[in-house]
Design a protein around this ligand. Structure first.
Ligand code: GCU
Length: 401
């Protein structure tokens, strides 16, 4: 591939033109988009920002370690799965809650697949759900010295709102991202040592966000085999750094039917060419392990990047993606995020679907429901019931119930 000189890149409204290939060819057909520009954008984001994900041929297998057919007062069939990505890999634990009402009718359930900061036991009071042994952030209720204790059980139900999701006829599957790779710059664990042993000669390392996103795809490998789950209606959901993760996962994995990155900000849904909130320099300094080494070269010149974060929305096209935000979370640059959607809109139009439903940024509490969805609520940096009401409404609109 010819790597671009940034000075040569055509810009549209300040962002690299998604519909011009690196060699200058204008992209005027869906075919050319698919065959040439889309692969080119994948190569660009992997080379300059996230790193390339592992190339091993994974063959994940799942073992049920706990099952409860009348969870959440009978609303849900709960299973905890230990997913092993390949021989010798440490397991990733996936909590799967499916709506009883769908199961009784033998209808496959659409599913929110979430990446979580905390363990599976924080989503339920079921005492048989396993306490994780991996590294914990340490500042969530019940965690001590980066370990989970019994006091963590059921503490995140107001974050994930399984009741609302199950009542809507959707399932929820969640894994703890730090089981795949702890979130510190000084030490790699989880899947990382195992993967490196499989691919000792890989010259360019993937960052933690790429590894988390790859893990999501390996969990999908398992979920799509389950006849109780509608494999064509899987929605990736995550908050903040995990919003960045689920956005990347959807850009790279077309089995994800919809993505909902919440307050994902810099390195996710906010522009790298930003003047508000977190900058590339700040994120690369405080969280150097999230991205690859090349990304650091853009710390003081984000305008030299041959793409911006609109490339990921474009890779998701024509599938729906909802950028969700909160007005007090200016660190995530909610207004800048809307310009990312505007810049991705031409790709949706090229593919023959509506991207943005409103061309001006909608007021607070107003969902812009196009396939390039946007929503901002008052309040702070968190995931809560109001967010889930909106996610569910958006999912039902595009994927049905
Ligand atoms: C920090 C970081 C953000 C990130 C957030 C989070 O604030 O700067 O980029 O999104 O943590 O994950 O909560």
């Amino acid at each position: 591939m010819h790597w671009p000189d940034p000075a040569d890149l055509p810009l549209v409204d300040g962002y690299p033109d998604l519909l011009v290939c690196l060699d200058g060819t204008p992209v005027k057909s869906a075919q050319l988009w698919r065959d040439k520009r889309r692969p080119e954008l994948i190569a660009l984001i992997q080379r300059y920002e996230y790193g390339s994900p592992p190339t091993i041929k994974a063959s994940p297998t799942a073992r049920t370690i706990h099952e409860n057919r009348s969870a959440l007062g009978g609303k849900a069939w709960l299973r905890e799965l230990a997913v092993t990505i390949g021989p010798g890999a440490p397991p990733i634990h996936l909590l799967v809650l499916l709506p009883t009402k769908k199961l009784e009718k033998r209808e496959p359930a659409p599913l929110f697949l979430g990446a979580s900061f905390t363990g599976n036991q924080t989503l339920t009071d079921d005492p048989a759900v396993r306490l994780p042994t991996c590294w914990q952030y340490g500042d969530y209720p019940g965690e001590t010295e980066h370990r989970a204790t019994e006091a963590t059980r059921g503490t995140q139900t107001k974050t994930w709102n399984p009741d609302l999701i199950l009542d809507a006829g959707y399932g929820l599957a969640v894994f703890q991202a730090t089981e795949a790779d702890r979130d510190t710059s000084t030490q790699r664990d989880g899947l990382q040592p195992w993967l490196r042993a499989q691919e000792p000669h890989t010259p360019e390392r993937w960052g933690t966000i790429a590894l988390w996103a790859w893990t999501i795809s390996r969990l999908i490998d398992v979920l799509v085999q389950d006849p109780a789950i509608d494999a064509r209606r899987i929605v990736s959901v995550g908050h903040s750094r995990l919003g960045k993760t689920v956005y990347l996962a959807a850009a790279l994995d077309e089995r994800i039917a919809m993505s909902i990155p919440l307050q994902a900000g810099c390195g996710g849904t906010a522009p790298a060419r930003c003047t508000t909130g977190e900058t590339i320099e700040r994120i690369n300094t405080v969280f150097p392990h999230w991205f690859n080494s090349h990304y650091k070269a853009f710390n003081d010149r984000p305008r030299a990047l041959p793409f911006d974060q609109h490339a990921l929305a474009a890779l998701i096209a024509p599938r729906p993606v909802l950028f969700a935000n909160a007005s007090e979370d200016q660190w995530a640059n909610p207004d800048g995020q809307f310009t990312i959607l505007q810049a991705a809109d031409p790709v949706y139009r090229l593919l023959g679907v509506q991207g943005l439903a409103h061309h001006a940024q909608p007021p607070l509490n107003t969902l812009s429901p196009g396939r390039l969805g946007y929503w901002q609520r008052p309040g702070r940096h968190e995931m809560n019931a109001q967010d889930w009401q909106t996610f569910i409404a958006y999912a039902k609109r595009h994927l049905g119930s």
